[in-house]
Design a protein around this ligand. Structure first.
Ligand SMILES: [Ca+2]
Ligand SMILES: [Ca+2]
Ligand SMILES: [Ca+2]
Ligand SMILES: [Ca+2]
Length: 398
């Protein structure tokens, strides 16, 4: 990675890169030169530890030829080699580790690192192509999304990494793969309180005709509870409790309708299928798209705007993905704040709800899964954070 331009000259020498260099190629990919993983001091910016990035682009060279790239990553122009995700996870159940991930369309490598007593040490590396070498029939290749989720899916006190259609166990071994492939969004929580443990709602890009475009699965085992939109290229998908008439979350994406957790069509879905935010006083979640918050009127089947950020001079980020800078419960009270920039980028504003609530539950940041999801919210395609417990209409005490 290229850290140049953000640190002082002596640190640049430490990293072995040149001042004000721009390593990006014609399409924005960085395909040449050394790559590092560095821990910076959050207060001063000083480098605290630097190691070689794992994995390198190619085992023999940091500047592979198109043929060398293609042989390992499956394309010769650098798209797949230059896809990264990252998260923080409590892999030992006690202290956080950082997991740096390269690749999700083909070869997939997750490297877990511990920062302990001033030293950065490698905990484990999961490499799809070392686990199973048959590229055409490898359940660990090409399963990743443009985001990831972290949580304790098997209830042993240690976190797993939900990497799209597969889950990597806390010890760096594969827990399972559904083999349903890449997608743009996933949501994990106790989406259906009547089923044991957590569930995952996933969407998929360009599935073959017989394969699911959206599906709900058991987070621990990968068992598919229901699937729909077979053969449909699904770009957006959402999960939130927005209708109290149906227990648990409602699920949408890939079709014009809303699903309940049993896979039943319960009517039209909201147009908004981007993010979600707990904003008003009830336990249902509101819809967040760009810098606008709306409420789903489940009886009329339409959205009502509660907060219009554009009218207040706010702008969203990430082009068509359209997100605020962050949405999270950062101030306490379990409702979530909206953190956004003004359209001239001169101000960063925090908006909190002014609506009273009758419900009293712990601050969401006290839930480890929710807190870790704030760490990954801005990784690749922003997704809404979800707690490990069911938060919604009719919930039991967390
Ligand atoms: Ca676990
Ligand atoms: Ca459940
Ligand atoms: Ca519901
Ligand atoms: Ca609400």
């Amino acid at each position: 990675m290229d850290f140049c331009g953000n640190i002082n000259p002596s640190q640049i020498r430490d990293l072995g890169c040149q001042r004000q260099s721009d390593s990006r190629g014609r399409f924005g990919y960085i395909l040449k030169g050394p790559e590092y993983l560095t821990v910076f001091n959050g207060l001063t910016g000083a480098t605290m530890s630097t190691v070689a990035y794992e994995p390198q682009r190619h085992p023999e060279t940091d500047s592979p030829t198109p043929e060398q790239m293609n042989s390992i990553w499956g394309d010769s122009y650098g798209n797949r080699i230059d896809r990264f995700l990252a998260c923080v996870a409590y892999l030992d159940g006690q202290r956080p580790s950082v997991v740096m991930c390269r690749g999700y369309y083909t070869r997939t490598v997750l490297a877990a690192w511990d920062w302990r007593d001033g030293k950065l040490t490698q905990r484990w590396v999961f490499d799809s192509d070392r686990v199973a070498r048959d590229a055409g029939n490898n359940p660990w290749r090409g399963q990743g999304d443009h985001s990831l989720t972290v949580g304790d899916v098997d209830a042993d006190g240690k976190d797993e990494i939900v990497y799209g259609s597969m889950v990597i166990d806390d010890d760096g071994t594969g827990l399972y793969s559904t083999r349903l492939g890449h997608g743009d969004a996933q949501h994990m929580s106790d989406l259906d309180p009547s089923r044991p443990g957590m569930e995952i709602w996933s969407i998929h890009e360009k599935p073959p005709a017989e394969r699911a475009g959206v599906e709900l699965r058991n987070a621990r085992t990968g068992e598919i509870y229901f699937a729909a939109a077979h053969g449909v290229d699904v770009a957006r998908g959402m999960a939130a409790d927005i209708d109290p008439r149906h227990p648990g979350y409602e699920l949408w994406g890939g079709t014009r309708n809303l699903f309940n957790t049993r896979g039943e069509d319960i009517g039209p879905r909201p147009n908004s299928q981007n993010m979600a935010i707990w904003w008003d006083g009830d336990l249902l979640r509101e819809l967040l798209d760009g810098v606008s918050i709306s409420k789903w009127d489940y009886e009329a089947g339409r959205q009502e705007t509660l907060f219009d950020g554009k009218a207040l001079g706010l702008a969203s980020n990430n082009g068509s993905k359209s997100n605020p800078c962050l949405s999270a419960d950062i101030l306490g009270d379990w409702r979530e704040e909206l953190i956004a920039r003004t359209s001239d980028s001169r101000e960063l504003r925090i908006y909190s709800t002014t609506i009273p609530t009758m419900h009293r539950i712990p601050t969401l940041m006290h839930d480890s899964q929710y807190r870790l999801s704030i760490a990954w919210q801005n990784v690749a395609y922003n997704q809404p954070p979800h707690p490990s417990f069911f938060l919604g209409h009719g919930m039991s005490k967390p």
